[in-house]
Write a protein of this length. Structure first.
Length: 133
């Protein structure tokens, strides 16, 4: 399942902000994402998954990163890092993770400086089931 944003967004500096998604452009199971819990990508069954995060950093981003939270907690899955963006700098990563049915992942972004009008197309995430763990 792959999710996207449709609206530009802003976030405060110095703290992580969990992203909300506008929709899914590829979904194998309708229970993996819903508008009622728009930040979550949920595992429908136990198994091994690949979680992906892609973040482009605007020009004023410093010490910027994207991370994956598992069931609302930090999981040590930093997916991208840019120390000082000159604009349009991107990182993406995919990592394997074992999840139980009902576990969920969320993407959170951070910058030491506040960011305004981050283009919607700058953020993307995906959760892909690989098979039994």
């Amino acid at each position: 399942m792959s999710v996207y944003k449709t609206s530009d967004y802003s976030f405060a500096g110095g703290r992580y902000t969990t992203l909300s998604w506008a929709g899914a452009d590829a979904m194998s199971d309708p229970g993996m994402w819903s508008a009622s819990r728009d930040s979550r990508l949920t595992a429908p069954v136990d198994g091994l998954y690949l979680v992906s995060a892609h973040q482009i950093q605007p020009g004023s981003a410093t010490m910027a990163r994207a991370t994956i939270l598992v069931n609302g907690a930090a999981a040590g899955l930093t997916m991208s890092f840019v120390s000082s963006s000159s604009g349009g700098q991107a990182n993406a990563a995919t990592r394997p993770i074992v999840l139980k049915a009902g576990d969920y992942v969320e993407m959170a972004v951070y910058s030491d400086t506040a960011l305004t009008i981050v283009p919607a197309a700058y953020s993307k995430a995906a959760l892909i089931w690989q098979g039994p763990a």
